[in-house]
Design a protein around this ligand. Structure first.
Ligand SMILES: [Mg+2]
Length: 313
């Protein structure tokens, strides 16, 4: 623990702002990136804006993943996309990249919420508002339909609000509200108020989560990014990978998160103790990254540049 703290303290002293690192990028000075990557033993990778953009692989990202595999550096892909089960998402990813589908390497806001209820409400009655495909993440857990929750006299133990599409109806949210008022644990996949679909800006389930929070006067436990829950889950899985391979205990500070969102990826991961690296292949360009005011351990043009900056073994 002491080693971990010391290492983080030394990083903090030296850490430049994203704006300063963006200038370094422009000038081709990459020693800072190599130094920031020293000691990194595992990765948490965002999907959209790091591996894929608008459904297409970002140049170099497939080779970067292959390099991590070849070097036996474990990783998890963490995404707030939660409309489908990980097997569906992995199949889509495999089709786009040509890499094998490995659902066990993906953590979605839905799978993180399912893992959360498995750990914190074992055997509990759960009211989960999710798409039918995403609800498969709760296989083996005790799900109760909104109709049964409302009709029964036994309260549910936890309510999970996710991306349920049409199932996020007034009737179902009203059932959820009554169960939550009755004392059920309040869990949500994320708090995103809207997102962009082919229809344009589209209402997201986070807006309804915030509505319930306002009605109840209490906050939900968020399981997707930027919540610590999903990052801790990823680190726990990576730690298990390293232990299985016979490696020394993986510290949280040995894990690098690579994302395209300065706040929801980089700042959120750093709050949990991971290193946070920003790439410029998604949400922000160099100017927006600098203007965000967020501190990062490193900034790179692409994931490929980060993987290329790893020290040789
Ligand atoms: Mg992203």
């Amino acid at each position: 623990m002491r080693v971990c703290n010391d290492r983080r303290a030394s990083r903090r002293r030296a850490e430049p702002t994203i704006a300063a690192m963006s200038n370094d990028l422009r000038d081709g000075l990459r020693d800072d990136l190599r130094a920031a990557l020293a000691g990194v033993r595992a990765f948490v990778l965002d999907a959209d804006g790091v591996l894929l953009y608008r459904g297409e692989p970002i140049p170099g990202s497939t080779v970067a993943l292959q390099t991590l595999r070849a070097r036996a550096i474990p990783y998890r892909v963490v995404t707030n996309f939660s409309l489908t089960h990980r097997t569906t998402l992995a199949a889509q990813f495999s089709k786009a990249t040509g890499l094998p589908a490995e659902p066990e390497l993906i953590i979605t806001a839905a799978s993180a919420a399912a893992e959360y209820t498995r750990r914190h409400h074992p055997g509990g009655r759960l009211l989960v508002l999710a798409s039918p495909d995403a609800a498969r993440e709760w296989a083996g857990q005790h799900l109760v339909s909104p109709e049964d929750a409302d009709a029964g006299s036994t309260p549910v133990d936890a309510v999970v609000i996710g991306d349920a599409g049409e199932a996020l109806s007034f009737a179902n949210l009203d059932v959820a509200f009554r169960q939550l008022r009755g004392g059920a644990a309040f869990i949500a996949m994320h708090r995103n108020p809207w997102w962009v679909t082919p229809k344009g800006p589209t209402l997201d389930s986070g807006a309804l989560v915030m509505g319930l929070e306002a009605a109840l006067g209490r906050r939900a436990v968020i399981c997707g990014k930027p919540s610590p829950v999903v990052f801790r889950e990823a680190v726990a899985e990576l730690r298990a990978d390293v232990a299985r391979a016979g490696g020394a205990r993986l510290l949280t500070s040995d894990v690098a998160m690579v994302g395209d969102d300065p706040r929801a990826d980089v700042a959120a991961a750093r709050r949990v103790g991971l290193r946070g690296f920003l790439v410029l292949t998604g949400k922000v360009d160099r100017a927006a990254a600098g203007a965000s005011g967020v501190r990062a351990d490193g900034v790179a043009e692409t994931l490929a540049e980060i993987v290329a900056g790893l020290p040789p073994r």
